[in-house]
Design a protein. Structure first.
Length: 209
């Protein structure tokens, strides 16, 4: 996730400030993010100081059972906590794709139509409420479903880069945009054991439902 200037809507080159970075390990219906223990940092956005805590536990989404598990990390309690994805997921991208597909109403203004044996990527423009969204998508299916398809459900192709305007507390447009970019590593292959939750610590239900 980058913060980029708002002076070029269709320039997807990563030139802005790195705001957040995280890695998904995906195999079949299982989506894993490993723990990140990073000291909180301050950043300035339109004259406002933001404190960002990027520390997270190990987090596993099981798309088949719609359950989520977390363990370890900075606030490790020597237990595995689990609940439904809706109740416990810190990752709202895949959470919404898995539990509320197509719920966002986004109007696609233009999108190039991929042709067989044509270029690798295509571009499009969409509107969500009053925001203009620019996106780049792959002409062929990626090895795993893109989390960025949360922003434009029903597109039918995997989005690899997307940018949209940032709004202030009162809804005013700011001079920056948020840009999400996905570098795909197709060569990684994880064994099934990579996605197993620990069996040597208690399994605790986190929610009340």
């Amino acid at each position: 996730m980058y913060i980029v200037p708002d002076n070029s809507l269709s320039d997807f080159k990563v030139k802005g400030k790195l705001y957040e970075q995280f890695t998904y390990h995906i195999k079949g219906p299982r989506i894993l993010q490993l723990a990140r223990n990073v000291a909180p940092s301050d950043t300035m956005l339109n004259g406002q100081r933001l404190t960002i805590d990027r520390s997270t536990p190990n987090y596993l989404i099981d798309g088949a059972s719609k359950l989520a598990y977390s363990w370890g990390g900075k606030n490790n309690k020597d237990e595995v906590r689990f609940d439904s994805i809706q109740n416990m997921s810190p990752d709202w991208l895949y959470t919404t794709i898995l539990t509320q597909p197509g719920q966002r109403v986004v109007k696609i203004l233009s999108a190039e139509k991929p042709k067989q044996e044509a270029q690798e990527y295509y571009f499009g423009i969409a509107i969500y409420e009053t925001d203009t969204i620019n996106f780049k998508y792959a002409g062929k299916r990626l090895p795993v479903p893109s989390p960025l398809n949360f922003f434009i459900p029903g597109l039918g192709y995997d989005i690899v880069t997307i940018s949209f305007p940032l709004n202030g507390k009162s809804g005013e447009k700011l001079s920056q945009r948020m840009l999400f970019n996905i570098p795909i590593d197709e060569d990684s292959d994880f064994p099934d054991t990579h996605f197993k939750i620990p069996s040597n610590i208690p399994l605790i239900k986190a929610g009340i439902n």
